[in-house]
Design a protein around this ligand. Structure first.
Ligand code: NAD
Ligand code: FES
Length: 280
């Protein structure tokens, strides 16, 4: 059954938001879960965290950055087009409960998967401090949406074009140094951010959850593609996660496995660019 794109918007440079009509997925979706989509019969499968969903309207929102062949192909699709497969919700939902004050950190495109968590933690009765960051102001996404559901919102940009001049981790460190009583920190973004954040929060003894994005293939725990090591135990991010205790994750393994197919991905992208050029 094809899944229709009912809305598409470029929300930052090379970052697209799409609403996909998928009532069954929307009905079952919870914060922290993801979908795997396949544009056509023979396309690559790509996992994307659910950025939002509307049970009444029956759509699921995805936000993605144009990086490789498939995301570039997806970004060329428009309202009314159909996606062949849209499987989900996959993974475990976030373990959201009333804890007190929580910090939700989103870096770059990682702000998208943090957004449903901000809503969920707020709805559960927590005080929510959101910290979002991007390389510059033009790459910052969902600022207004995050503000609507946050008790406090801090912005950081690497170049200082908006908010704190520096990384989101600087802002989190300042909050921890102020002596605030923080029950949990959730960090989502590039692996380097999650590693730096987990190392930084460890001495403070604050629980720190990260959402891992390893290479995924089937999304059902069968292929082993998304293997990660957490507390020296092998876990499959698609069924055991994607959320894990950041203080126990082997980030070196995660980052080296993410780079396994870099040459093939570059080659594929190069061929795709040639085909597109030839078609114009
Ligand atoms: P980016 O490189 O622009 O970084 C975003 C922010 O993260 C920076 O502005 C900074 O605040 C922080 N950051 C980056 N490096 C840091 C460091 N060394 N120390 C402290 N903070 C640091 O991010 P991007 O290009 O938007 O992200 C793309 C990556 O995010 C991709 O690799 C993608 O796979 C990943 N991603 C992960 C998830 C997930 O679920 N984990 C979701 C979406 C995207
Ligand atoms: Fe295959 Fe997780 S994607 S085991």
């Amino acid at each position: 059954m094809p899944y229709k794109i009912i809305e598409k918007k470029e929300i930052a440079s090379n970052v697209c938001m799409m609403k996909i009509m998928a009532p069954d997925v929307a009905r079952a979706a919870k914060a922290g879960q993801f979908i795997i989509l396949r544009i056509e019969e023979n396309s690559e499968r790509i996992p994307l965290t659910i950025a939002d969903f509307d049970v009444n309207e029956g759509y699921v929102t995805i936000i993605f950055q144009e990086m490789g062949k498939t995301t570039k192909q997806l970004a060329k699709m428009t309202e009314g087009d159909d996606i062949q497969d849209f499987v989900g919700p996959l993974g475990k939902e976030s373990d959201v409960e009333k804890l007190g004050t929580v910090i939700l950190v989103g870096g770059g495109v990682g702000i998208a998967p943090v957004y449903p968590q901000v809503k969920a933690y707020r709805e559960a009765g927590n005080k929510v401090i959101s910290v979002i960051g991007a390389r510059n102001e033009s790459l910052l996404i969902l600022e207004d949406e995050m503000r609507d559901f946050s008790d406090e919102l801090y912005v950081a940009t690497d170049d200082g074009s908006k908010g704190h001049h520096g990384f989101v981790t600087d802002v989190v460190k300042n909050i921890l140094d102020s002596g605030a009583d923080i029950a949990r920190i959730v960090v989502i973004g590039p692996p380097i951010l999650m590693r730096v954040a987990a190392n930084m929060t460890a001495p403070y003894g604050v629980e720190t959850l990260v959402s891992l994005n390893p290479i995924m293939i089937d999304g059902t725990g069968m292929c082993g593609g998304c293997r990660v090591s957490v507390g020296n135990e092998t876990k499959f991010a698609c069924v055991d996660g994607p959320e894990f205790d950041g203080h126990k994750v082997d980030f070196n393994l995660l980052m080296s496995r993410l780079g396994l197919y870099r040459d093939e991905e570059a080659h594929c992208l190069e061929n795709h660019a040639c085909i597109c050029k030839g078609a114009n």
